[in-house]
Design a protein around this ligand. Structure first.
Ligand SMILES: C[C@@H]1CCN(C(=O)N2CC[C@@H](S(=O)(=O)c3ccccc3)C2)C[C@@H]1N(C)c1ncnc2[nH]ccc12
Length: 303
């Protein structure tokens, strides 16, 4: 039956046997689990391929269902600007499962830009256009990402980045324009649009707001002293523990305060960020318009 084309049929999930997945190192972790670098070595000769394995924290009941949805979501994506899904690994006996993805050695945009300070404006604009194209693709499939941030963008090589995490991605039914989250867990409020903070309302337009924050991170080279969290907290004047951060942040945004222009940022790029940060989500541009404006700015940078 393997005579068929190389890529497995969508309904057929590629199964990785846990006993052949050799742990090498941790790639990152969050509040629900972690991502590990593993070698899949069924022949046991050390020659297997390197893969990134996303594991759920054990006994997180609700997230197993969410996780299965994430697997189903990621397995249908076919886009150069989205991390490539490889398959799943069901751990023997235990309930949990893991998501197997391609491993990209350069790691996240944060790590890459911190050690590549000489990336020029043209390359930043190329990265921004690729993220924008990935988001445009998601929008055509009616998915809202909800966690677009530089920490979730992967660098494939010096000229290619990919959107890399879909743990919070939600499908928007055709009769709705947004997704309302019931239990907002550990939310990355500093990347959230005002309506996401105040009403837990997520849409393509709230993804556009987050894209503006990713643009800001890009042109700050993901420098931690200029991170969105740091800049907002400086302005709000609270420490991270304060329970009312969301309220203060939302007031700040309602009063028109926005993240300041990064030092090396072309004026027109900061203009794009401000468009993404329109308080009224209906005034924000769509990803295709953002893509066109990025192309125009990139042309002008080339001249
Ligand atoms: C930037 C990537 C996504 C973010 N990340 C991460 O560690 N996390 C994403 C989800 C959260 S989590 O652990 O909280 C989580 C766990 C389960 C359910 C939901 C959330 C952690 C690091 C990754 N990373 C460095 C990678 N580097 C190289 N190749 C790769 N292929 C695929 C990822 C990857």
């Amino acid at each position: 039956s393997r005579g068929r084309s190389s890529s497995p049929a969508p309904e057929e999930q590629v199964l990785f046997e846990e006993r052949h997945l050799r742990f090498i190192s941790s790639l990152g972790k969050g509040n629900f689990g972690r991502v590990e670098l593993c070698r899949y070595d069924p022949l046991g000769d050390g020659g297997g391929e390197l893969v990134a394995v996303k594991k759920l924290q054990p006994n997180r009941k609700s997230t197993l269902e969410d996780f299965r949805k994430e697997v189903d979501t990621l397995s249908v994506f076919q886009c150069d600007y989205i991390v490539q899904y490889r398959g799943v690994c069901y751990s023997t006996g235990r309930l949990s499962m893991s998501l197997v993805m391609e491993y990209l050695p350069y790691g996240s945009l944060i790590v890459y830009l911190e050690s590549h300070r000489q990336v020029d404006t043209r390359r930043m604009l190329l990265f921004a256009s690729q993220i924008c194209s990935g988001m445009e693709y998601l929008q055509t499939l009616r998915y809202v990402h909800r966690d677009l941030a530089a920490r979730n963008i992967l660098v494939a090589n010096e000229a290619l980045v990919k959107i890399a995490d879909f743990g919070l991605t939600k499908f928007i039914p055709s009769d709705k324009e947004y997704y309302r989250v019931l239990q907002p867990g550990e939310s990355p409020v500093f990347w959230y649009a005002p309506e996401s903070i105040s009403e837990s309302r997520f849409s393509h337009k709230s993804d556009v707001w987050s894209f503006g924050v990713v643009l800001h991170e890009l042109f700050c080279y993901c420098d931690p002293s200029y991170s969105p969290k740091r800049l907002y907290l400086q302005e709000i004047g609270l420490d991270l523990q304060s329970p009312s951060i969301s309220m203060h942040l939302e007031n700040l945004l309602r009063n028109g305060w926005r993240l300041p222009a990064p030092l090396s940022c072309p004026h027109k790029v900061y203009g794009l960020m401000k468009q993404c940060w329109a308080f009224d989500f209906q005034e924000r541009p769509c990803f295709s318009s953002l893509g066109e404006q990025l192309e125009t700015i990139a042309q002008e940078e080339r001249e």
